[in-house]
Design a protein around this ligand. Structure first.
Ligand code: HEC
Length: 116
């Protein structure tokens, strides 16, 4: 019986930890897994490609739209490479984003920006 009581206590503690009871830590920045592709896009891409992927001109640099033109027909592999490696004025993102986030961004461009 004694064992069982301890077991219950252990489980209750475990649940409290999981649900965030107990000492709370003030977090202002959400953990990376909580950052949605939309937020990633707004933070990293919208400045150049526009909030809806309409493209912009930044000084002398013409940033192509993602919601029209060549981007509609370019394959995912080209997108993945461009986002990872950058090039022609676009910075590489492989140092700041992981593979999953880059794949999520490609999906975001297809589904939310191109509505494919
Ligand atoms: C500093 C401005 C800048 C930022 C920031 C930027 N890009 Fe780009 N992006 C460009 C330019 C310029 C090109 C065109 C490169 C070329 O002509 O080869 C481009 C090209 C692309 C392409 C290829 C489009 C096609 O037609 O094949 C994709 C996809 C893309 N960017 C996605 C993104 C995503 C996703 C982000 C955010 C993670 C991002 N870009 C951030 C400037 C930027």
């Amino acid at each position: 019986m004694r064992i069982r009581g301890e077991l219950v206590l252990a489980i209750v503690c475990y649940i409290m930890v999981l649900t965030g009871c107990g000492p709370t830590e003030q977090k202002s920045v959400p953990p990376s897994w909580a950052v949605t592709p939309r937020v990633l896009y707004e933070r990293n891409c919208a400045v150049c490609h526009g909030a809806r992927g309409e493209g912009t001109e930044r000084g002398t640099m013409k940033v192509p739209p993602l919601n029209s033109g060549a981007a509609l027909n370019d394959p995912d592999e080209k997108f993945l490479k461009q986002i990872s490696e950058g090039g022609n004025g676009m910075p590489p993102f492989k140092y700041t984003l992981d593979d999953q986030q880059i794949e999520d961004l490609v999906r975001f461009v297809r589904e939310e920006i191109q509505k494919k």
